[in-house]
Design a protein around this ligand. Structure first.
Ligand code: 5AD
Ligand code: SF4
Length: 448
């Protein structure tokens, strides 16, 4: 038995991929999940290439693991995921201690790659696939709490936003068989899970040809079927591309209370000129029209976004347009980044990375400050209102408290002790009233 330790970097998709590759290894009968890096025979880094700083972290981690390997004979280091796909054998020139290199579509070959490494060679597979979705594999859940799980519904991306490396590292978009998705969700619910998040780079282009069984299945239909597994199961999804988010989807959400009232709709920029250079295929006006449609369908829906500061040729006016878009939408939450040029993307090839680093930093700071204001304003509007939360764990600040999330995906901290009976447990639904807030969290109390 070899003990395997996986460290996951980057997006939620990588979290599922780590769980999937662990399932592939465990199914051979020769591997178990290690409890710590100290006892591991095989250490896998599931990597991210989205920005340069993500890759820098991984280079540093490889240095630490290289030092560990010199002390621990026979230890195997594997680099898997997006960075493996992007740099392939090139990794070895920089870090010869790496034994295995596997891209996101080659995890079924991992047992073989380990064998090759154990025999003194190197196990390398970075082939991308047009079909692989790991459809029938039930991931080994590594997170522990057993309340909320990510479920992959598609892989890859066909959008080719000019700044983004994902279409090159994860390959073409392909959807997973809905029957296998529904089976996995059913298994999770039976195992006590109360929330699933359906994952894809662009879930709104989900499309499955169920020939002979009622034609094509698109995302709204899939979402409805998943939500019908049980009214006690919360359903979330990410990520939606603004160009593809349909009224049909909003109708489906509005019709089912267990589909959570939260939409992540990355704007990236508020300037139509920059959006065109980014190849986002929508304008500021189109984006705002979609926001209006969300508000009409679900006035209580939280909206979050991704924003990039300092993309190629971004002027002060473009940046101001991003700030004004953020104000106009009033986002609940945002992921905010400085533009990082990625080799071989369209932007890297054709557009100079000409916004100086200090300007990017200053703009990002303004964006973050504004979002903090918007988050606080949104949280203040919640004070006095009632929500149902799903309890996820103990509060980090106080043993007397637990935290859960609202349908809108906001964290609420409440006293651990219930007003009736035993303490609140992980996985309980609790009705709460919000009593106070900061920009990051809500404080609440149970209402009966
Ligand atoms: N530089 C900065 N941010 C990027 N993102 C994707 N590529 C880059 C890049 N080259 C951001 C986008 C995307 C999120 C996952 O990461 O905002 O939505
Ligand atoms: Fe990257 Fe755009 Fe695809 Fe998202 S939609 S993964 S930003 S190319």
């Amino acid at each position: 038995m070899r003990r395997v330790w996986i460290e996951t970097y980057g997006c939620q998709m990588n979290v599922v991929d780590s769980e999937t590759l662990m399932a592939i290894l465990v199914a051979t009968g020769g591997f178990v999940a290690a409890d710590s890096v100290a006892e591991a025979d095989i250490i896998l880094l599931n990597t991210c290439s989205i920005r340069d700083n993500a890759e820098q972290r991984i280079w540093h981690r490889l240095d630490e693991l290289g030092a560990l390997k010199r002390r621990r004979k026979g230890m195997i280091i594997g680099l898997v995921g997006c960075m493996a796909e992007r740099l392939r054998e090139g990794i070895l020139e920089q870090r010869p201690a790496v034994d295995i290199i596997a891209g996101p579509d080659s995890y079924r070959s991992l047992p073989l790659l380990v064998k090759e490494a154990e025999e003194g060679g190197r196990g390398i597979n970075t082939e991308l696939s047009k079909e692989e979705t790991y459809a029938e594999i039930s991931p080994v859940r590594l997170d522990g709490a057993g309340v909320s799980a990510f479920v992959s519904i598609m892989r890859g991306c066909n959008n080719f936003c000019s700044y983004c490396v994902v279409p090159y590292t994860r390959g073409r978009e392909r959807s997973r068989d809905p029957e296998t998705i529904l089976r996995e969700v059913g298994e999770l619910f039976n195992a006590g899970y109360k929330e699933v998040t359906l994952l894809g780079q662009n879930v709104n282009s989900y499309s499955w040809n169920a020939s002979g069984k009622g034609g094509r299945v698109y995302f709204p239909e899939l979402l409805k079927q998943v939500a019908e597994v049980s009214p006690q199961l919360r359903v979330r999804f990410a990520t939606s591309h603004p160009k593809d988010i349909s009224d049909k989807l909003l109708e489906t959400m509005a019709g089912m209370p267990n589909i959570c009232r939260a939409i992540h709709l990355p704007a990236q920029s508020g300037s139509s000129r920059i959006l065109e250079k980014m190849n986002r295929k929508y304008t500021r006006e189109w984006y705002l029209d979609r926001i209006a449609a969300i508000r009409r369908a679900m006035p209580d829906c939280a909206i979050s976004t991704d924003v990039i500061a300092g993309f190629c040729s971004e002027t002060v006016e473009d940046h101001e347009a991003t700030l004004s878009l953020m104000r106009e939408v009033g986002y609940e939450f945002a992921f905010m980044f400085k533009y990082s040029e990625r080799p071989d993307t369209v932007a890297a090839k054709a557009m100079p990375d000409d916004v100086p680093e200090e300007v990017k930093t200053a703009r990002l700071t303004q964006i973050i400050d504004l979002q903090n204001e918007l988050s606080l304003a949104s949280n203040k509007r919640d004070v006095g209102k009632e929500f149902e939360i799903l309890v996820e764990g103990a509060s980090k600040r106080s043993v007397e408290k637990v935290f859960g999330r609202t349908s809108q995906n906001k964290v609420v901290v409440i006293p651990r002790s219930s007003k009736v009976g035993a303490d609140h447990k992980i996985g309980d639904y609790v009705r709460v009233k919000i009593t106070s807030c900061s920009s990051a969290t809500l404080q609440g109390e149970e209402v009966i």
